[in-house]
Write a protein that binds this ligand. Structure first.
Ligand SMILES: Nc1nc2c(ncn2[C@@H]2O[C@H](COP(=O)(O)OP(=O)(O)OP(=O)(O)O)[C@@H](O)[C@H]2O)c(=O)[nH]1
Ligand SMILES: [Mg+2]
Length: 608
């Protein structure tokens, strides 16, 4: 094999959410000498998007590259949250091995299973890292056994089953193969990557070929197609072909070639077999397509992406305050932006509907959609979002719905509440284990019942509960599941909310707005503590009458309004409501703003 190919390793970081992938990459970069000794480096350096830093999670898969003892290690960091599973799927063909991280205290979780299954299906060589051994509850020996059980269950090959195990702490910066000897650096792990992950299987003397695994964008050169060269080489100026998904081909010059170097990219004149690079030249290229030296080469097999399970509507903002805040508000703006999103966000689907102002978005979960909408509002878009619904299937005239496996690790004190929550949502508990004051529950539950559960669990357990869930199968529809049982406080008036009316209203439920905020008819200003909607007037001022009120006026003390971020709002709204998203405001509203029209619709629906 070619000398340069021997010096390349391409690996993915895979794990359940928060098990420490991005932190581990920081330490690999540091110990490989990428940064100067005195250089201050931001923590979780690869989480470079604003939203990633704000939420503390990885959202997009990204490339970096380090050098270790004459070997180039290309690293792809991936997100662990289930909603971003498509990001893991799309990069699997770019790597030859994976580092599977598992939290030494939490053990294997839903997404550990998902990413490991995908890695095994793609024949990747594995190294297992049992991370966070510094945690108080860490039990590396138990987690080691869990990983072996999982490998067995997922039909790992013998080679995968015999993966090297490392124990350590990404945070404290060490990895060791001996759990009783912690060590003090990442060197043993870096050495193991070189030794146990194979160099890429790339044929130097064949024509150039590369599967596009990611798209990047640069103001000067436009679209950059990122992938691994599985054959041949390419130089700038070469005429290359794009073999499109629909069977057509197009031709263009390789304008620029980019290599990854640390966290940056650097221009290069040439790329050889096995290397991961970005190539600019084609604007109309998509993830999963092949770049090739000749038009008659075979298309490279792409990875299958799991189908979406939930859907919701994105609509043009047609409320009375529409267009005041955002730059992009038309149906055309929305359509262009959403189409652009589907090019890189491979597990997202966008479809037109009968109405030009309404688009259907299909995704893996509500966080995936909330992240898209949040990015859009920051770019200046306005839009309306409906409640997420699961995607039903039909089989022999029967309605099927998605069902999930659910794992919960909760404090004992909320067990009763949690069991009621699950049984109300048709969850069936499969297993329950007590350990100290914690309980581990396993259940099978319709996806409908999981929507909104994370917020419930965080509130009920004051953040101490952990949950993970994974799509299991489609099964017969199990009937009604309660979503929100409370009604809404719905404004009947235009104007600015007054402290005087909010003071009265706050006795009816919890408010989402404060004084001086603008309201309009049909806007939801709070949650009614009872069921059913309550029309209200948040703009009333005190009537001046001739009769003096007896006693002195009491001072108005308003509770601060409940702060609803985009995810919470999307989980909260009922089927007949929208979240109105603009750059500076999030408002909740009825789909039908006019109270009489709304009543007529309710009557019609009740009658049907
Ligand atoms: N105690 C301890 N905490 C760690 C360790 N490694 C990472 N963490 C912490 O765990 C949290 C999550 O770390 P990340 O590196 O963002 O985890 P991740 O796997 O990249 O998360 P996602 O990309 O969102 O799936 C952060 O607060 C880290 O500081 C470790 O070895 N020990
Ligand atoms: Mg991460």
């Amino acid at each position: 094999m070619n000398q340069t190919v021997q010096r390349i390793r391409n690996i993915a970081m895979i794990a359940h959410v928060d098990h420490g992938k991005t932190t581990l990459v920081d330490k690999l970069m540091m110990d490989s000498g990428l940064f100067r000794a005195n250089e201050t480096v931001q923590e979780r350096a690869m989480d470079s998007m604003d939203l990633e830093r704000e939420k503390g999670i990885t959202i997009r898969a990204k490339n970096a590259s380090i050098e270790w003892k004459d070997t180039i290690i290309n690293i792809v960091d991936t997100p662990g949250h289930a909603d971003f599973g498509g990001e893991v799927e799309r990069i699997l063909k770019m790597v030859d091995g994976a580092l599977l991280l598992v939290d030494a205290a939490e053990g294997t979780q839903a997404q550990t299973r998902f990413v490991l299954r995908k890695a095994i299906e793609n024949g990747l060589r594995l190294i297992v890292v049992i991370n966070k051994v510094d945690r108080e509850m860490a039990n590396p020996a138990r987690v080691h056994d869990q990983v072996l059980e999982l490998l067995m269950e997922l039909n790992a090959s013998e080679q995968q089953f015999n993966a090297q195990f490392f124990y350590g702490s990404a945070k404290e910066g060490f990895m060791s193969q001996d759990p009783s000897r912690p060590g003090d650096s990442m060197s043993p792990l870096l050495d193991a990557i070189v030794e146990h992950i194979p160099p890429p299987e790339a044929v130097p003397d064949s024509p150039f070929e590369m599967l596009v695994s990611n798209l990047d964008w640069n103001d000067y050169v436009g679209v950059i197609a990122v992938g691994k060269l599985t054959g041949g080489a390419v130089s700038t100026g070469d005429s290359i072909h794009c073999l499109h998904e629909n069977g057509t081909t197009s031709v263009a010059d390789a304008q620029k070639i980019f290599r990854f170097a640390g966290l940056q990219t650097a221009e290069s004149e040439r790329a050889g077999p096995g290397e991961i690079v970005g190539i600019a030249g084609f604007d109309n290229v998509h993830i999963g397509e092949t770049l090739a030296g000749g038009p008659t080469q075979a298309r490279l097999p792409s990875v299958a992406i799991d189908p979406p399970t939930i859907q919701m509507q994105f609509c043009v903002n047609d409320g009375p305050l529409a267009g005041r805040d955002g730059k992009y508000v038309t149906s055309r703006n929305l359509r262009e932006r959403l189409t652009r999103e589907t090019r890189t966000n491979v597990s997202l689907e966008v479809a037109d509907t009968g109405s030009a102002n309404v688009f259907t978005i299909r995704a893996r979960g509500d966080l995936q959609v909330a992240v898209v909408a949040e990015s859009m509002r920051r770019e200046g878009f306005e839009l309306l979002i409906s409640r997420p619904e699961v995607i039903y299937h039909e089989e022999k005239g029967k309605r099927l719905e998605p069902i999930e496996d659910l794992w919960l690790d909760i404090p004992q004190r909320i067990l009763g509440d949690m069991m009621k929550y699950l049984s109300d949502r048709k969850g069936e508990i499969v297993n329950m284990e007590h350990a100290g004051d914690r309980v581990k529950l396993t259940a099978v539950i319709p996806t409908r019942g999981v929507i909104g559960m994370e917020t419930y669990l965080t509130n009920a357990s004051s953040g101490e509960g952990v949950m993970s869930h994974m799509f299991k199968e489609y099964a017969p529809f199990v009937g009604h599941i309660p979503t929100r049982t409370s009604g809404a406080l719905v404004s009947m008036e235009f104007g600015k909310a007054t402290a005087y009316s909010l003071d009265n209203l706050q006795q009816r439920g919890r408010l989402f707005i404060g004084p001086q905020e603008e309201v309009y008819p049909g806007m939801v200003v709070g949650e009614n503590s009872r069921s059913g909607d309550l029309p209200c007037n948040p703009t009333k001022t005190k009537q001046l009458t001739n009769v003096r009120a007896s006693g002195t006026d009491k001072a108005i003390l308003l509770e601060p309004p409940t702060q609803m971020n985009l995810e919470k709002s999307i989980e909260f709204i009922a089927q007949d409501e929208f979240v109105e998203v603009t750059p500076n405001y999030l408002r909740l509203r009825k789909k039908i703003l006019d109270a009489n029209a709304r009543k007529r619709m309710e009557k019609r629906e009740a009658g049907s």
